[in-house]
Design a protein around this ligand. Structure first.
Ligand SMILES: Nc1ncnc2c1ncn2[C@@H]1O[C@H](COP(=O)(O)OP(=O)(O)OP(=O)(O)O)[C@@H](O)[C@H]1O
Ligand SMILES: [Mg+2]
Length: 269
């Protein structure tokens, strides 16, 4: 074998080795992320089970007893205006607590994913129809800029729709004064689909940006702060990622990236 051939083989072998190493490292990082998510989920499952049992059951009993007390007082003619408003206050707090517990359980809920091939463009189109009344109410303009051909991903469609919906609702809520623009675009590149949701709303202050995916982080009076936390979990469960860019006062773009179904996905799984 001449030195040139040996040299070429050596270079090829080194390149293949580097590629294999890169793939292994990528696979390792992915497995580690999955393990972290599984650990986090196991903890959430335990807390959720505890909350459901220790708080939801006594809350149910509390609500029933308040109701019975009100009926008994009314029947005996002892239900004064003051008692009535005290009971109403207890009832209001009960509903608030019930909301807190239910919202947490919604966040913690781990539904076994049921994935099937679906066209991301079709999902986005369905959602655009679904949010039409909200767009009209916000007096906003919705532009869909979807790729010409279908983009097929393996997804749990209801979960992914929930994730996109949370992002779209945030975009609309960020444009309260009307005349805003909501641009939703999809593009496919190197086995990844990018779905971007761009609004011309109030934007996110730089100091808030690292916190928007935290559970219970909200700047809204009636926000739970769970919308983006749930969205992130759903997207990561699909081996995707979600990024936010924002210019305060000018708007925000949220980009979701998901692996496209096909050989490229199997290779790097
Ligand atoms: N498109 C956006 N424009 C401006 N701020 C945003 C946008 N998306 C998210 N945020 C900020 O991130 C915070 C967290 O969003 P998230 O969806 O998790 O909760 P929320 O919208 O406050 O409550 P919920 O989703 O329960 O209604 C919001 O309160 C807001 O401050
Ligand atoms: Mg939200």
């Amino acid at each position: 074998m001449n030195p040139g051939t040996i040299w070429a083989i050596a270079v090829l072998a080194a390149a293949l080795g580097a590629l294999a190493g890169y793939r292994l490292a990528k696979r390792g990082a992915k497995a580690q992320r999955r393990q972290e998510r599984e650990r986090e989920q196991a903890l959430l499952d335990r807390v959720a089970a505890g909350l459901a049992h220790e708080i939801k059951n006594p809350l149910g009993a509390l609500s029933l007893n308040v109701q019975l007390l009100e009926e008994e007082l009314a029947a005996s003619g002892q239900l004064s205006q003051a008692s009535r408003s005290r009971l109403a206050a207890i009832s209001k707090d009960y509903h608030r607590l019930e909301d807190v517990v239910n919202n947490f359980l919604r966040y913690a809920a781990h539904r076994r994913m049921s994935v099937a091939e679906a066209d991301v463009n079709a999902l986005v189109r369905e959602l655009a129809t679904f949010v039409k009344p909200d767009v009209a109410r916000a007096n906003a303009t919705l532009n869909l800029m979807l790729s010409d051909s279908p983009i097929v991903c393996r997804v749990d469609a209801p979960l992914v729709k929930q994730a996109f919906l949370n992002v779209m609702l945030n975009a609309l809520e960020a444009m309260p004064s009307g005349n805003g623009t909501l641009d939703i675009a999809t593009e496919q590149e190197n086995g990844i689909v990018r779905i971007s949701v761009k609004d011309s709303g109030v934007g996110i202050p730089e100091t808030d940006l690292p916190r928007v995916f935290d559970a219970y982080f909200s700047r809204k009076t009636h926000g739970t702060g769970l919308g983006l936390a749930i969205t992130k979990r759903i997207i990561e469960d699909h081996d995707g990622r979600i990024d936010v860019e924002s210019a305060p006062g000018r708007g925000t773009t949220v980009t979701v990236s998901l692996p496209v179904a096909g050989p490229a996905v199997k290779e790097s799984a």
